[in-house]
Design a protein around this ligand. Structure first.
Ligand code: NAG
Ligand code: NAG
Ligand code: NAG
Ligand code: NAG
Ligand code: NAG
Ligand code: NAG
Ligand code: NAG
Ligand code: NAG
Ligand code: NAG
Ligand code: NAG
Ligand code: NAG
Length: 539
């Protein structure tokens, strides 16, 4: 799978030896049969294997992924979740946004550098496809990692729900906006995760949530987690007895086998399929559990179980950033979004931000931004993708007001943003006033917004590109729970794309310049814009 991990010769820079390696992966996506939960079904594998392989790189490496779509019956693509893609905004991967879908039989090459270490993942950002298998861990190692020497081994702990999305729920009869529910909980995509635990050793666990819907709780018997990273941002070390990880989030934590340890210690992971686990009046249950073990003594049986009387995770908005930086300021731009479920003209259930559902347009939004000259600052030319135009260098504040009774994990592409305010359920909408935020806010790329509550986040707009802001419950992406940040449009004019990226558009007759509908004469001519979601059912 790892075609080569070539460490090319370093080069001299101001008398300092800078390492500049390249890792190359040749990945061929095909359907393979797998039965991670005991029931065989076709899933999307890479090079004939599923689970999909680790993408492993070192800080500052150039990563090359030659991606071939051999699915035959579906388009595809890859998104590298959490990587900022500074200067390579065309490599982010969501189809209809930064590229055309890769049709069956085509190969494209993703190429980017990785200037920030951490735990990430990659996944298809096409057709709601990652719950069908196309996802895997992505780790960027730092030779000067602040924790080097403090841990002996690192372990990837992937958690996921097992769901077949289907499309039948996007019908008018689904008046309660019900999502498809999982059949099972998968640990490392079915491989499980018993950890060989040796006295005196410390383990760095890289926990990654690949879920389509459900978050997961974790708790270790008699061992506290020392959390060091939220997504791919370092935090000040924080002990936690329980954590809740939402779809697309990551936690790096250290776990130590103490001198007084002996025997085997269970750990419990519970899927959170509840709408709001903090709201007893909605009913709370945990139908899918996994018990794994910290194994010190192989001769002893692994059958002691662990229960938790109540899941009370560490409040992840309280982590503190390690860089000691205060909130980005002054705030230059405010993007306030009200999320409610809604129905469209066909009576189909959708998700709305400020009354509008996201609709994929014919032209990928980045291609519109790069080919419309001075007009690319006009939100009208992008169509109904809920665009927000922000200027280079500005401090942008996004406020998401959640009017729903469930928790939603929101992800911003292109940034590790600061989380300034994230109250628990029932706080209502944002007051409209900034308060004195934490002087050491954490950063991350995916944040859980609680029920009937809101979140305030900030980032600095120094990464020109077109970046989605969306709920990472894959079903809600299908329903249009997405906004589009058009960042520094004046820096995007004239950006050139690799030929193979344009060729896959041409092959499928997808326009790749002009406004949202491919109009190149009159950018404000909205004819051909998509204004209603295609029906997903007959009738
Ligand atoms: C990575 O690149 C940055 C910026 O060029 C440099 O400061 C840093 O030392 C590099 N780190 C490694 C491990 O090469
Ligand atoms: C991908 O796999 C298919 C099926 O095994 C094979 O026919 C095809 O040649 C492979 N393509 C590449 C680029 O490796
Ligand atoms: C990942 O890369 C690092 C170096 O950056 C190396 O030490 C490690 O062994 C690699 N891990 C795997 C599983 O290939
Ligand atoms: C993958 O990319 C490398 C680097 O550009 C190239 O040399 C190689 O031929 C590519 N492999 C395939 C199978 O396309
Ligand atoms: C494509 O084929 C796979 C494997 O047979 C199947 O599971 C999947 O549902 C098909 N996709 C569509 C859109 O029909
Ligand atoms: C080991 O000792 C520490 C400190 O007294 C205690 O907190 C911990 O629970 C002990 N571990 C076990 C497995 O008893
Ligand atoms: C899963 O674990 C939780 C916490 O211990 C418990 O409340 C729940 O009943 C368990 N579920 C099942 C199906 O055993
Ligand atoms: C922007 O659009 C307007 C109206 O279509 C047009 O008059 C103008 O020339 C366009 N500007 C550029 C730079 O294309
Ligand atoms: C809890 O759920 C009930 C519906 O059963 C709802 O009325 C209430 O607002 C919710 N509480 C919070 C804090 O969201
Ligand atoms: C915020 O901090 C400023 C400066 O320390 C202080 O004057 C002000 O009263 C604080 N406001 C609130 C709402 O706490
Ligand atoms: C561009 O299209 C808009 C909408 O159809 C129309 O109002 C406007 O007059 C057109 N501009 C030009 C220069 O044709």
């Amino acid at each position: 799978m790892l075609a080569s991990g070539v460490l090319s010769a370093g080069f001299l820079s101001l008398a300092t030896l800078v390492r500049a390696g390249t890792v190359t992966y040749n990945w061929n996506a095909t359907w393979v049969w797998a039965s991670p939960d005991g029931f065989a079904r076709p899933v999307i594998g890479i090079n004939g294997q599923w689970p999909c392989p680790l993408l492993n790189a070192t800080l500052n490496d150039t990563v090359i992924v030659n991606f071939s779509n051999n699915l035959v019956n579906e388009t595809s693509g890859l998104h590298f979740h959490g990587l900022n893609q500074l200067g390579t905004e065309d490599m982010d991967g969501p189809t209809g946004v930064t590229q055309c879908p890769v049709p069956p039989g085509s190969t494209i090459q993703y190429r980017f550098t990785v200037p920030n270490a951490g735990s990430y993942w990659y996944h298809s950002h096409d057709l709601g496809q990652y719950p069908d298998g196309l996802r895997g861990p992505l780790v960027v190692h730092d030779p000067n990692d602040p924790y080097i020497g403090q841990y002996d081994e690192e372990i990837i702990l992937g958690v996921s729900d097992c769901i077949e999305l289907g499309r039948q729920m996007l019908t008018p009869t689904n008046t309660h906006f019900a999502p498809p529910f999982p059949d099972a909980l998968l640990i490392n995509d079915g491989k499980g995760a018993d950890i060989n635990f040796v006295k005196g050793k410390t383990y760095r666990i890289r926990m990654i949530c690949y879920s389509a819907l459900s978050s997961a709780f974790i708790h270790f018997e008699k061992h506290v987690m020392n959390v060091i990273m939220t997504d791919a941002s370092y935090i000040q070390e924080q002990e936690a007895d329980m954590l809740r990880i939402a779809p697309a989030q990551r936690y790096d934590f250290l776990l130590t086998a103490g001198d007084n340890d002996s025997g085997n210690y269970p750990f419990l992971i519970s899927l959170d399929t509840n709408r709001d686990y903090t709201n007893a009046s909605l009913g709370v249950s945990f139908p899918h559990n996994y018990t794994g073990y910290l194994v010190m003594d192989n001769s002893k049986r692994l059958d002691n179980t662990l229960t938790v009387s109540k899941w009370e995770p560490y409040d992840d908005s309280k982590f503190k950033g390690k860089d000691g930086a205060g909130p980005l300021s002054p705030r230059n731009e405010l993007v306030e979004l009200d999320f409610k479920f809604c129905f469209d003209k066909n009576g189909d259930p959708r998700s709305c931000l400020n009354g509008l559902t996201y609709l994929t347009q014919p032209v990928p939004t980045l291609y519109t931004a790069t080919t419309t000259g001075e007009n690319n600052t006009n939100p009208l030319i992008y169509g109904q993708v809920n665009p927000a135009i922000v200027n280079y260098g500005d401090v942008v504040q996004i406020v998401l007001n959640n009017y729903d009774e469930a928790l939603h994990p929101f992800h911003l592409h292109g940034h590790q943003f600061q989380v300034l305010d994230r109250p628990l359920s029932g706080a209502g909408k944002w007051s409209g006033q900034d308060i004195n935020y934490s002087s050491e806010p954490l950063s991350r790329d995916t944040v859980t917004v609680y029920a009937n509550s809101y979140v305030v986040i900030r980032f600095k707009a120094t990464n020109p590109g077109v970046w989605l802001f969306h709920c990472h419950i894959e079903w809600h992406v299908e329903m249009g729970l997405t906004a589009t940040i058009i960042e520094a449009p004046d820096h995007l004019r004239g950006f050139t794309f690799p030929d193979e990226f344009l060729n896959i558009c041409k092959l499928q007759n997808i326009p790749y310049e002009g406004n949202a509908a491919g109009n190149t004469d009159n950018y404000t001519d909205t004819s051909g814009f998509v204004t209603l979601a295609p029906k997903q059912y007959n009738g």
